[in-house]
Design a protein around this ligand. Structure first.
Ligand code: GCV
Length: 716
């Protein structure tokens, strides 16, 4: 008995000693600050002996506290923060107004409000590292950068870093409802506890702000774009104001989604016509009321005349009429209006992919200077792969901001491991050819292509009250990558993945290299097992989780998967060339030529733009049908490879998070197979050809897949 007990104790001790320290649940995100290896601690300690920071700026106080917390944890040494004298190896924080910083003669003038410098310097003859900026928030960003370098093992001696954000508005869009449900949210309820606000706040609000500041996010739209007018009533303004107070020192401004019909719903006006003076006066008074409570309120985000939301077109006015009226209301306070271009109407028989362009392109140059038009990355709706939206590059007189979806509505929710950095990067690197070669989407977004100072990138948040914030460990990487790419849309998704993996799990190269490889391939895997070769919008009704390519009975044609894949006895795919909807003509001529020709269109976009015969010969030498099946098989095989790879990485990750990811990958493997089998069973009814050699038949017949129902899946 005693022997068994002792053996058990020894086993537990051995486990604790061998595993990477304590149990973790993911709450700490990439800001874990667990002790570095002894050799690394020894290397960094002389370079981080103390933090010298002025105490009068709240953001600098936060920066000093974060450095203290981070360095103390990483280096297992007390790294005190004070306003006092410089010791050798001190980290000095401050702005140009600070005497010690001014004495260093640093080139701060080109940094703007949010940029920063991190440099090895000598202060009073002693070696030190300075983090300097033109604002406290710039210093805070620099502090997080320095911490990242230490977390990932990068050298900080002889350091000389200058970083300035290329994009002005780096925002999260929360699709959070006032009852705490989250539209397309898969990480539990909304973190905003509207009921208890403003009197009672949650410590999570501060951790949310820290995490966002650490990746440069500087704004948050608190409520769903499918907005309730109540968000604009006095009690809810007070609640939003409380959040704004918490976020302010972290450099995060608060914005609200505005419901177009609010003047009618809140105050009983007879109309919401943007050209009606009473309506304009109502919004002006509302803006004044909001700014009285939130002096740095960012402005409004608007979804109008889209998917049943009210808007100016209800009064035969244009999107520009609507946006400009709201813009006039916030303008005296320095606010902006982000007007979404996600519009389509089933009454319009045109290809849905064409509609936003057709609606907005004629409005180029007609928006007020504090309006920015927010455009989704692709013309349909956050699919696993979409060609870039044709509006990018097509509205040179109007600033356009990017809208990515971080929450994975169409990519397996939080359950599937899909690193979106690869998707974001692919879109941003796409060449619009609007002003010749090199006119990338990134350059439209950062304003450099068309000379816009007002620039922005929004990400639909994947955050909820789940302990790990995002519903799965790996979905944290998508929040992280969004922030880093919003700061620099030309940054490398691979490099960002490496930073994230190092900070979140382990910096051991034997861990980072395979994990980054797995993350980078994960996006292609989901494309392969859900929507290969340019297929899109094939998900089941309501929840957008599983496959439903056969769905053809929804009230709006453009909600049915059959509308998008157009499979028939001859072939499959949506003809968007001259012989079809000609959506391809919305791109600049070189792009339109490439995409519009079946011989030159990249295979990844083939069925997005062409209806292709089942026996069309592909680059591989296979016919289309065989290639399609091969891609489905490849996606399933890739998930199996991800599982096998993750299993080998147990020595580098704490047991809890390792097992957690393992369980999610098991679900993903099962569901990749489901997507593949259901899709092949269905498309085979058109192709009427055998499966290529070695490709197993679907596990069930088509009726089985069609009969599956998930009435309680999130988002239904
Ligand atoms: C907020 C898709 C989603 C909707 C979302 C909409 C939008 O259609 O399924 O839930 O609504 O996009 O972006 O407005």
């Amino acid at each position: 008995m005693f022997g068994a007990c002792r053996a058990l104790i020894l086993a537990v001790v051995a486990l604790l000693a061998s595993g990477p320290a304590m149990a973790e649940d993911g709450y700490d995100l990439w800001l874990r600050y667990r002790p570095l290896a002894d050799s690394a601690q020894a290397r960094y300690r002389p370079l981080a002996t103390a933090i010298a920071a002025p105490q009068d700026d709240p953001s600098i106080r936060i920066a000093a506290a974060e450095l203290h917390r981070g360095l103390t944890g990483l280096l297992r040494a007390d790294v005190p923060a004070s306003a006092d004298a410089i010791a050798p190896g001190a980290i000095l924080l401050g702005t140009g107004g600070d005497r010690r910083i001014a004495a260093l003669g640093l080139p701060l003038s080109t940094l703007g409000r949010e940029g920063y410098l991190i440099r090895s310097v000598r202060v009073d003859g002693k070696p030190a590292t300075v983090i300097a900026a033109n604002s406290g928030v710039g210093v805070l960003y620099g502090a997080f950068h320095l911490l990242r370098l230490v977390q990932t093992g990068d050298p900080i001696d002889r350091i000389d870093i200058r970083s300035v954000p290329k994009v002005e508005l780096r925002l999260l869009n929360h699709w959070d409802n006032l009852d705490r449900s989250v539209e397309r949210g898969y990480a539990g309820q909304s973190i905003w506890d509207w009921w208890k606000l403003p009197d009672i706040t949650n410590p999570r609000y501060v951790d949310y702000a820290r995490a966002n500041a650490s990746i440069g996010i500087n704004g948050t739209v608190l409520n769903n774009v499918n907005a309730k007018a109540d968000s604009l009533t006095a009690p809810y303004i007070a609640k939003a104001a409380k959040l704004a107070d918490i976020f302010r020192p972290y450099g995060i401004r608060v914005y609200l989604s505005a419901r177009w019909s609010a003047p009618i719903e809140i105050s009983g006006l007879k109309t919401a016509d943007p050209l009606d003076p009473a309506v304009a006066a109502w919004w002006k008074a509302k803006a004044d009321e909001i700014y009285a409570a939130i002096p740095d309120f960012g402005g409004f985000l608007v979804k109008a005349n889209s998917e049943g939301q009210p808007g100016p077109q209800d009064y035969h006015r244009s999107h520009a009429d609507g946006a400009n009226m709201l813009a006039a209301a916030v303008k005296p306070h320095g606010g902006i209006v982000m007007w979404r271009a996600f519009v389509y109407a089933h009454e319009n028989p045109d290809d849905r992919a064409r509609q936003a362009y057709d609606e907005f392109k004629p409005l180029d140059g007609r928006f007020a200077d504090n309006v920015i038009v927010q455009v989704k990355n692709g013309a349909i709706d956050f699919q696993p792969r979409e060609p870039f939206h044709p509006l990018f590059g097509a509205m040179p007189k109007t600033p356009l901001m990017m809208e990515f979806q971080i929450t994975k509505e169409y990519l397996g929710f939080a359950t599937h491991l899909v690193y979106l950095g690869a998707l974001f990067e692919e879109t941003l690197a796409s060449d619009t050819f609007a002003k010749g070669k090199g006119s990338t989407v990134a350059r439209v977004i950062d304003g450099s292509l068309e000379g816009h100072a007002r620039t922005g990138m929004a990400g639909v948040a994947n955050i909820g009250v789940d302990r790990n914030w995002t519903g799965s460990q790996f979905d944290q990487a998508n929040w992280y990558a969004f922030g880093r790419l919003a700061w620099d849309p030309e940054a490398s998704a691979r490099r960002i993945a490496a930073d994230w993996a190092g900070m979140t799990f382990s910096t051991d190269p034997a861990f980072v290299a395979p994990v980054v490889d797995m993350m980078m391939r994960s996006r292609e895997a989901v494309v392969d097992y859900m929507t290969p070769l340019g297929l899109h919008h094939l998900m089941a009704t309501g929840h957008h989780y599983g496959p439903g390519p056969w769905v053809d009975d929804l009230e709006r044609p453009d909600w049915n998967p059959v509308y998008y894949h157009r499979a028939d006895a001859q072939g499959i795919g949506f003809d968007r060339t001259k012989t079809g909807s000609n959506a391809v003509a919305q791109y600049a001529p070189p792009v339109a030529r490439q995409l519009g020709d079946i011989r030159t269109v990249p295979e990844r976009d083939l069925l997005w733009f062409h209806h292709v015969r089942w026996d069309h010969r592909m680059a591989s030498g296979r016919i289309l049908w065989d290639e399609l099946v091969t891609r489905y098989d490849r996606g399933v095989a890739e998930v199996a490879a991800m599982r096998a790879r993750w299993a080998t990485l147990a020595p580098y990750v704490d047991a809890d998070r390792h097992a957690d990811v393992m369980r999610f990958l098991a679900v993903q493997a099962r569901e990749a197979q489901w997507w593949r089998d259901a899709s092949i069973a269905y498309f085979a009814t058109f192709a009427r050809r055998p499966l290529p050699a070695g490709s197993p038949p679907p596990a069930h017949d088509l009726d089985y897949y069609k009969a599956l129902r998930f009435p309680y899946a999130p988002g239904n």
